[in-house]
Design a protein around this ligand. Structure first.
Ligand SMILES: [Zn+2]
Length: 337
């Protein structure tokens, strides 16, 4: 017994001693889910771009009384349980503030489904700024960044729930001054927090401009997820060569062959280690009867993975796409250019 206690005391002393840091014992990679800190290695099979609830009413009119947690949970929980059954462990929820982010709802769904759910900080400028709060137009880069950094340091809206990544959004053409500001604010937030930057982008042109702004701000492209990456296979490869993450997040039952071809192309170019896959599916729609039509999250497990395996993708390739890449892409860590 005495031995027991002294060993415990010894371990306790070790755990709090600052020597650990000074001898360079580094912590294993981690991020934050809505339930708190989580090792990146514990994320497991992940869907990196999905939505639980999206409200397109606009930043001016959005309010959490437009939906009721119990009703949303009744609708959404079965879709989460069906992916849990298929071995998915983590869902990365990409709905930004002012378009339906509700972190308490996400926490309830995480607790009830057993899935890890990650949420985000940042603003979505795509759709011509309809989802930007008024102050996004007038505040400086630094002021916007300080709002997002505060969400990371103190939690979102008084909940203590931290974002696991930054989510921004830009229009599909050349970046406006306003959207350049959003990306610079994301860069500042990254340099302070180490959060990965996911930006709703689409074509290669704005992706290249975003990556250029990040580099000028001192952020490595490896901290950037090119969301809704679209273009020719060669364009995807060429932007991917910057070191960013290529997010092929629009998988659905009608485009399995296209995704098999694209993933095969990228695999042959040794780029599989930079690719992320997801459905961009969901979601409960406030204002529509019963939350409207909901698209589930099972197509990758049920259709894409079998199709990839039938086209010489190995279990290790699938693991790269669904486990290793998400863990690396979303691990918190400052990545300088
Ligand atoms: Zn999306």
């Amino acid at each position: 017994m005495a031995n027991h206690i002294s060993r415990r005391q010894f371990l306790t002393t070790l755990a709090i001693t600052p020597i650990m840091a000074s001898v360079g014992i580094s912590e294993e990679p981690y991020t934050y889910s809505v339930k708190g800190k989580i090792a990146a290695s514990a994320l497991g099979k992940s869907l990196i771009h999905e939505h639980v609830l999206v409200d397109f009413i606009g930043a001016e009119k959005i309010s959490p009384d437009r939906w009721k947690h119990d009703e949303v949970i009744r609708k959404v929980l079965p879709y989460l349980l069906e992916i849990k059954q298929r071995g998915i462990q983590t869902l990365i929820e990409c709905t930004p503030a002012f378009i339906g982010r509700d972190v308490v709802l996400l926490k309830k769904l995480s607790e009830q489904s057993g899935l890890n759910i990650l949420t985000n900080t940042g603003y979505y400028g795509a759709s011509d700024n309809k989802y930007l709060p008024q102050w996004a137009f007038t505040e400086t880069t630094e002021q916007l960044a300080s709002r997002w950094i505060a969400e990371f340091e103190h939690g979102i809206e008084g909940t203590g729930i931290r974002p696991g990544f930054i989510k921004t959004g830009v229009n599909s053409g050349a970046l406006s001054d306003l959207h350049q500001k959003l990306i610079r604010a994301a860069a500042l937030t990254h340099l302070k927090t180490g959060l990965t930057i996911c930006s709703h982008t689409g074509p290669a042109l704005p992706a290249r401009e975003e990556i250029e702004i990040l580099k000028q701000s001192g952020v490595s492209p490896s901290a950037f997820v090119w969301v809704h990456a679209s273009g020719s296979p060669e364009e995807l490869e060429s932007v991917g060569r910057s070191g960013c993450w290529i997010s092929l997040d629009g998988v659905n039952a009608d485009n399995i062959d296209k995704h098999v071809d694209l993933l095969t192309f990228l695999k042959n170019k040794s780029q599989l280690g930079r690719v992320l896959i997801s459905h961009d599916a969901g979601w409960y729609r406030p204002g529509e009867p019963g939350g409207g039509e909901f698209r589930g999250f099972t197509t990758i497990s049920d259709k894409l993975v079998p199709a990839l395996k039938a086209n010489s993708f190995t279990d290790a390739d699938i693991r790269t796409l669904m486990v290793t890449n998400p863990a690396e892409a979303f691990a918190i860590g400052i990545r300088k250019s």
